[in-house]
Design a binder for this molecule. Structure first.
Ligand SMILES: NC(=O)c1ccc[n+]([C@@H]2O[C@H](COP(=O)([O-])OP(=O)(O)OC[C@H]3O[C@@H](n4cnc5c(N)ncnc54)[C@H](OP(=O)(O)O)[C@@H]3O)[C@@H](O)[C@H]2O)c1
Length: 305
C-alpha cells in the first residue's frame, strides 16, 4: 500500500516520504479500514509515540496520522460491533502505525459508525479536535450552563470545537488568538475575543474554566483568572500553573465511540461546524503537511479521491 513514513525526529514533517509499505494485518479485536481521508495534527512529530512503541522501542520508519474516516475491509479474531463494508471514523492508537496510508489496523473500540450523509473528509477532521474539546469541557472541566469559558486558540482546530460546544452548553465564551483570528473566533460562536498579542488577559475578569491549548505565560496568566472552584484544563502537557482555589488537569484525548456519535450528530444537524483548511491527495500530502503559509484550519489528506 502507499503510505507516508517518517524516520527522523529531527527532520519533522520535512522528513516525510511517500513510499510502499506492507498492508497491515488485523490483530485481536482489530478491524482493517480502507482509509478515505486522514486528519493530521502538526505537532505529532514532537510526540514520543510517533517514534516509539508502548515499550519505548524505536518503531521507525513509522506512519503518522491518527484521525481517519473510511470503510471496514476486514475483521480481526474476535472483533464485534462493526462489519465489513461499514463506514467508520475514529482515532487510531498513538503507538501504532497511523492513518496517512491506504489501510490501517485499528481496534474496533476506537471507531464509530460514520453516517452516510457525512463526507469522509468531514469525518476525518473530527476525531482529535472534537473529542479533545468534548472531554476537556465536559469530563475534565465539568462545564455547567451559565459558566464562563476562556477558550484559547479559538480559531484553531480544537479551539473552534471548544467554542461551539461550550456555547451550545450554555456557557459564555471568551475566545483568544492572534489579531487576525478575531472574526473567525466570533463567527464560530465566541461572545468576545482577546487578541493575545495586543490585549490584556487581566481585562477578561473571572472565568470558571480555562481551556489551554498554548501553555507557558498564557497558561500562567489564565490560571490567575480562575474563580474559586473553577478548572484549568490543558492539552499541551503537564500544567505549570495552578489556580489558587481550583483544579488543574492536563490530559491526552481518548477514543470514545459514544462521544464520536454525539459529535457527528451535531455536525449532521448543524450545531457543529468543521474547521477544515487544506484538503490534499495522498500524492500531494507532503507539501500540504509542510505549508509555507499559516495554517487556517485542519489539514485533511484525502487518501482515496
Ligand atoms: N492533549 C491532547 O489530547 C491534544 C489533542 C489535540 C491537540 N493537542 C495540542 O493542542 C495544541 C493545539 O492544537 P490544534 O490542533 O488546535 O492547533 P491549531 O489548529 O494550530 O490551533 C491553535 C491556535 O492557537 C493559536 N496560538 C498558538 N499560540 C498562540 C499565542 N501565543 N498567541 C495567540 N494565538 C496562539 C494558533 O495560532 P498560530 O497558528 O498563529 O500559532 C492557532 O490559531 C497543539 O499543541 C496540539 O499538539 C493536544
Amino acid at each position: 500500500m502507499k503510505a507516508i513514513v517518517v524516520s527522523d525526529p529531527a527532520a519533522g514533517t520535512a522528513g516525510m516520504t511517500l513510499t510502499e509499505r506492507p498492508e497491515p494485518l488485523a490483530a485481536i479485536n482489530d478491524v482493517i479500514v480502507r482509509i478515505h481521508a486522514s486528519g493530521f495534527v502538526p505537532t505529532e512529530m514532537e510526540w514520543p509515540s510517533t517514534w516509539a512503541d508502548r515499550a519505548g522501542r524505536d518503531k521507525t520508519p513509522s506512519i503518522p496520522g491518527h484521525e481517519l474516516a473510511g470503510v471496514v475491509t476486514a475483521l480481526g479474531y474476535g472483533t464485534t460491533g462493526l462489519s465489513v463494508g461499514q463506514r467508520v471514523f475514529g482515532l487510531a492508537d498513538w503507538h501504532r502505525d497511523g492513518t496517512l496510508a491506504e489501510y490501517v489496523a485499528i481496534e474496533a473500540r476506537n471507531l464509530a459508525p460514520l453516517p452516510g450523509d457525512v463526507d469522509f473528509t468531514v469525518g476525518a477532521s473530527l476525531p482529535i479536535s472534537g473529542l479533545t474539546a468534548w472531554q476537556g469541557l465536559f469530563q475534565h472541566g465539568r462545564l455547567q450552563a451559565g459558566q464562563t469559558v476562556l477558550a484559547h486558540g479559538a480559531a484553531g482546530a480544537v479551539g473552534t470545537m471548544v467554542t461551539q460546544l461550550a456555547r451550545e452548553a450554555g456557557a459564555y465564551v471568551v475566545g483568544t488568538g492572534r489579531a487576525a483570528d478575531r472574526e473567525k473566533a466570533l463567527d464560530f460562536g465566541a461572545h468576545e475575543f482577546v487578541d493575545l498579542d495586543n490585549d490584556t488577559l487581566k481585562d477578561v475578569g473571572g472565568v470558571d474554566l480555562v481551556f489551554d491549548v498554548i501553555g507557558g505565560d498564557v497558561q500562567k496568566q489564565s490560571a490567575a483568572l480562575i474563580r474559586a472552584g473553577g478548572t484549568l484544563v490543558s492539552i499541551v502537557g503537564p500544567v505549570e500553573a495552578r489556580p489558587a482555589d481550583g483544579l488543574a488537569v492536563d490530559f491526552v484525548v481518548e477514543a470514545d465511540r459514544a462521544e464520536l456519535g454525539e459529535i457527528v450528530q451535531r455536525v449532521r444537524d448543524g450545531r457543529l461546524r468543521t474547521n477544515i483548511g487544506d484538503v490534499a491527495s495522498l500524492d500531494d500530502a507532503i507539501s500540504a503537511l509542510n505549508p509555507t503559509t499559516r495554517r487556517l484550519g485542519k489539514t485533511v489528506i484525502r487518501v482515496l479521491p
